[in-house]
Design a binder for this molecule. Structure first.
Ligand code: GLU
Length: 491
C-alpha cells in the first residue's frame, strides 16, 4: 500500500511551497488508495517557533489536506494518531540513538570530537585555497582508546557517517530518472549533534523506514541530500522508498519565490481573502500538469487526475495574476451564504459595517455581496470596491459617457426616470427593472441608449455590476440625488 508523508519543520508560517508538497503527497495517497501521514521534524531546536505547529495544522485543515495518520488537530486539540508513533521527532530520541549505535557497531559511523572552532579554521583554510569546504576526516580513524579517553574527559562530540572512498550511490527519482553520486564528493555527514539530537538526515531515514513510507515526495532542495539518505538505507540493509523531487517555485524573475516580491505564506493569502479551494487548485497546477487543458479542479477532481508521471522537472513560476484570476472564478461561484460569510469580516474591519449590525443587515449584505462578487479578485479588495459603489460624488469624465448623455434620447430618459422614481414608493431591483421597461415602451428608447445613460447617471461609469441591483442597494433617495446631479453633465 502507498504510504507517503508530509514532514515539515515547525519554523513559523507555512510557505505555499510546503502546502504544495503536502498537497501532492495527499493527492497521491488518495489516488492510490493509500495513506498520507504527517510527521513533525523538530530536531533543529534552534529554529522552533511558538504557535508554528498550530499554524501548520490549521492551514492543512482549512485547505482540506488532511492526514490519515500522525499529527492532527481535531476539534481544536492536537493529537497523534496511528500505529507508527510518536510522530514528533523530538519524542523519538531513543529510537535514533538505537540506530546510531548500530551504525557505530558496524563501523559505518564514528565519533568526531572536533570543536566548532577547529571546523571553522579548516573551512576557512580550504576556502582560501579555493577548495570546496568540507570535513577533513581528522576523527575518522580514532582508536578505541582515544575515543574512550575523550569520552571520559567529557569532550563534546558528534557522530558522523563514514562514507567509503570512491563508492557510487545510485537512486531513481521517479521524475528525474537515475541520479548518481560518488561518495568522494560528499562530506562525512553529521548524524547526531552535540546536543544529543539527530540531524535531519539520520532522523528522516530512520522514520521513513519505521513508518513504512513507500514514497518520499518533497521539494527539489532536498535532492542533494538524497544520496546520503540512500547510503544510510544501504548501511542498514533497508529497501529505500521511491523518491520524487518537486520543482522549485519561482518568482517572475525565475529566482526562488521570496517574501520580497509579495506574500509567500498560506496564512497571508488566507488573511487577504483568498479561498482555500482556489489556493489548492492553483498550487496543484504549480509543478504538475493534467492531461487536458482543464484549469479549474475540485479536490475530488484533482485526486482523480493526479499522476506523479506528470510532475514537471523545471521550476514553476508563481503567477500571482493567475492566482487572482482563479480566486475571482471561485468567488463568482460561491453560494451566497458563504460569500456573505467571507465578506463580512473584511467590511467590519474596514468600518463599513458595525460588528453588531451583521445580523440585522443580512438583506443588505446579500445585495452588496452580489454586487461585489463581480468586482473583486480577493476579499481584501471588497471595502474599497464597496466605497466606490457607495460614493455619491459622481464625476463623469469619459468622453464617450459624456457624448451618450448628450444624445437627444438621454434628455427624455432623464425626465422619465426622475418622474417614475419620484412616483415610486420605494426603489428595489424589481421596481428598477420595471421602470426601465416602461421607459423602453413609452419613450421608445432601447438597448445601449437606454441602459448606458441610466448607468452613467447613477454610477458615473459605463460598466459595472447589474444596474437594478445597484438601484436596490442605493435606494430611492440616493439614486434620485445622483441622477439629478448628473444633469449638470447633460447640458
Ligand atoms: N523537514 C524537512 C522540511 O522541512 C522535510 C524534508 C523531507 O520531506 O524529507 O522540508
Amino acid at each position: 500500500m502507498v504510504r507517503d508523508r508530509f514532514a515539515p519543520s515547525p519554523t513559523g508560517n507555512v510557505h505555499v511551497g510546503s502546502l504544495r508538497t503536502a498537497l501532492y503527497n495527499y493527492l497521491y495517497a488518495k489516488k492510490m488508495g493509500g495513506e498520507f501521514l504527517l510527521r513533525l521534524e523538530d530536531t533543529d531546536q534552534t529554529r522552533l517557533e511558538a504557535g508554528a505547529v498550530e499554524n501548520l495544522l490549521d492551514a492543512l485543515n482549512l485547505t482540506g489536506v488532511i492526514p490519515d495518520e500522525g499529527l492532527q488537530k481535531i476539534n481544536g486539540t492536537i493529537t497523534q494518531a496511528g500505529a507508527h508513533g510518536p510522530y514528533i521527532q523530538s519524542e523519538r530520541l531513543n529510537i535514533y540513538k538505537k540506530y546510531i549505535d548500530i551504525l557505530l557497531e558496524m563501523g559505518q559511523a564514528y565519533y568526531c570530537f572536533c570543536s566548532k572552532e577547529r571546523l571553522e579554521e579548516v573551512r576557512n583554510a580550504q576556502k582560501e585555497k579555493g577548495e570546496t569546504p568540507r570535513y577533513d576526516g581528522k576523527c575518522r580513524e580514532l582508536t578505541k582508546d582515544e575515543i574512550k579517553k575523550n569520552l571520559e574527559a567529557g569532550l563534546p562530540y558528534t557522530i558522523r557517517l563514514k562514507f567509503p572512498k570512491n563508492h557510487v550511490i545510485r537512486f531513481d527519482d521517479l521524475v528525474r530518472g537515475v541520479i548518481e553520486m560518488n561518495t568522494d564528493d560528499l562530506d562525512d555527514q553529521v548524524l547526531l549533534k552535540a546536543d544529543g539530537f539527530p540531524t535531519y538526515h539520520m532522523a528522516v531515514v530512520v522514520d521513513d523506514h519505521l513508518m513504512e513510507i513507500t514514497h518520499v515526495i518533497r521539494g527539489e532542495e532536498w535532492l542533494p541530500s538524497t544520496p546520503k539518505h540512500v547510503y544510510l538505507y544501504e548501511c542498514f540493509g533497508w529497501d529505500p522508498p521511491y523518491f520524487v523531487h518537486l520543482p522549485n517555485i519561482l518568482n517572475d524573475d525565475r529566482k526562488k519565490l521570496s517574501k520580497r516580491q509579495g506574500d509567500v505564506s498560506v496564512g497571508d493569502f488566507l488573511a487577504k481573502g483568498y479561498l482555500p479551494e482556489a489556493l489548492v487548485n492553483f498550487l496543484a497546477l504549480l509543478g504538475w500538469s493534467p492531461e487536458t487543458e482543464q484549469e479549474i479542479f475540485s479536490m475530488a477532481e484533482l485526486i482523480d487526475a493526479f499522476d506523479l508521471s506528470r510532475v514537471n522537472k523545471s521550476g514553476a513560476v508563481f503567477d500571482r495574476a493567475k492566482l487572482n484570476w482563479m480566486n475571482a472564478h471561485y468567488i463568482k461561484e460561491l453560494p451566497i451564504d458563504r460569500l456573505v460569510n467571507h465578506l463580512t469580516p473584511f467590511l467590519v474591519q474596514a468600518g463599513l459595517l458595525g460588528s453588531n449590525e451583521v445580523h440585522d443587515k443580512q438583506d443588505w449584505l446579500i445585495k452588496i455581496a452580489e454586487l461585489l462578487r463581480e468586482r473583486i479578485e480577493y476579499f481584501a479588495q471588497a471595502p474599497q470596491e464597496l466605497e466606490v459603489i457607495l460614493n455619491s460624488d459622481i464625476v463623469i469624465t469619459d468622453p464617450e459617457a459624456l457624448a451618450l448623455l448628450q444624445e437627444e434620447s438621454s434628455k427624455r430618459l432623464f425626465e422619465a426616470i426622475v418622474t417614475k422614481i419620484e412616483a415610486s414608493e420605494t426603489l428595489d431591483a424589481n421596481r428598477g427593472k420595471a421602470i426601465l421597461k416602461e421607459i423602453q415602451k413609452e419613450e421608445k428608447i432601447k438597448g445601449k441608449l437606454l441602459y448606458m445613460p441610466s448607468r452613467i447617471m447613477i454610477t458615473g461609469e459605463m460598466h459595472g455590476p447589474d444596474l437594478t441591483l445597484i438601484m436596490d442597494v442605493l435606494g430611492k433617495d440616493e439614486v434620485l440625488t445622483r441622477i439629478k446631479s448628473a444633469a449638470s453633465f447633460m447640458k
